[in-house]
Design a protein around this ligand. Structure first.
Ligand SMILES: Cc1cc2nc3c(=O)[nH]c(=O)nc-3n(C[C@H](O)[C@H](O)[C@H](O)COP(=O)(O)O)c2cc1C
Length: 333
């Protein structure tokens, strides 16, 4: 058993949220002790550079939103070999999230059900963490933003516009999260009633900020895997019309049979994420960058998503169940 497998075995003896916290703190400790210096790492950092979203990525394998919610660890993930890390989802004010237990791990099936509900320290503290850790990070930093639990759906756009103001200077790209199943009503934002208006306001904001800024931050939209094909088409059309830079397909799914609240991630959503990626590629062609997330559990999955048109890959559950082994294998593709 290698060190990675032993670490995962031990961590998974504990309840998921606690084991996550301890594992992340453990990784940070090893990092601060110099364990991840380049001579200890066998990951091929170089050679894999790619251009996407107008940015230069050290490689196409990233960490998906939600593991480093408060931007405490992204520099450590960068040292492990991730080419990019999406921190957050951050909301305007700090939030405790939903009652515990709210993360359930199914180790044999390699699935996770979570109902966290954007627990985070809020954008102000999040930004302080970003400023502190960014000098030690060589990758691309995505900042995921979402509406607060208490914000009424009619006012959600104001949250996103404020959040953009806050994070624009520090983010390499901004991920607009309207697809978490764990904040009441959030997914309504992708419906006909709200979507076009929301995305128009967000992209106008981007233009306004670009105007007075030398920095052109790409905006990507994270989409639910539970959208109908008809609504997906509408989302894609608006995104192309308003020149959204990229799409993340997908977030977790509420279409599962576990008797639990929240969205499922991992093996269970592999097929639906592949299907949505294919559909997006078919519909949008090369007009928008596609980032694949959802059920990417093996290096074979990574290769398939790239074949299906993904320019970038995001790991979450695969990393929870296979750790750095998956990252290393993925970087060898
Ligand atoms: C415990 C947990 C927390 C998550 N939190 C967030 C979040 O805050 N923001 C976000 O955009 N996605 C979040 N996600 C979704 C993941 O980023 C990812 O899109 C999803 O899990 C599908 O990928 P996977 O099947 O590889 O896990 C979370 C997922 C899990 C399992």
């Amino acid at each position: 058993m290698n060190l990675n497998k032993l670490g995962i075995f031990l961590a998974h003896l504990l309840p998921p949220e606690l084991s996550n916290k301890l594992s992340l703190e453990g990784l940070k400790l090893l990092y601060s002790l110099g364990f991840f210096s380049s001579k200890n790492l066998k990951t091929p950092f170089h050679e894999n550079n790619i251009e996407c979203l107008g940015l230069n990525f050290p490689n196409k394998i990233g960490l998906a939103g939600g593991l480093d919610k408060n931007a405490d660890y992204f520099h450590v993930f960068g040292k492990l070999g991730f080419g990019f890390v999406e921190v957050g989802t951050l909301t305007l004010k700090p939030q405790a999230g939903n009652p515990k237990p709210r993360v359930h791990r199914f180790s044999k099936e390699k699935n996770i059900v979570n109902s966290l509900g954007f627990n985070n320290v809020g954008v102000y503290e999040g930004l302080k963490n970003i400023e502190k850790n960014k000098p030690f990070f060589n990758g691309v930093l995505g900042v995921s933003i979402g509406k607060s639990k208490e914000t009424k759906i009619e006012n959600a756009f104001k949250d996103y516009l404020h959040l953009i103001d806050y994070v624009y200077d520090q983010a390499d790209y901004i991920a607009i999260n309207i697809s978490s199943p764990n904040t009441e009503n959030l997914r309504e934002l992708s419906s006909e009633n709200y979507f076009k208006d929301l995305i128009e306001k967000i992209m106008n904001k981007k233009e306004q900020l670009n105007g007075g800024n030398t920095k052109d931050v790409p905006f990507v939209l994270k989409i639910s895997p539970d959208e109908s094909m008809k609504n997906l088409e509408k989302i894609f059309v608006s995104c192309m019309d308003f020149k959204v830079d990229g799409l993340i397909l997908n977030n977790s799914s509420i279409k599962h049979k576990k008797n639990l609240n929240g969205g499922i991630s991992g093996n269970y959503i592999r097929e639906i994420s592949e299907k949505n990626l294919m559909f997006a590629k078919d519909f949008c062609g090369d007009k928008i960058s596609l980032i694949s997330s959802g059920g990417i559990m093996t290096a074979k999955d990574v290769a398939k998503r790239i074949d299906l048109g993904a320019e970038l890959i995001q790991l979450y559950s695969g990393f929870i169940f296979s750790g750095t082994d998956l990252l290393k294998e993925s970087l060898e593709i």
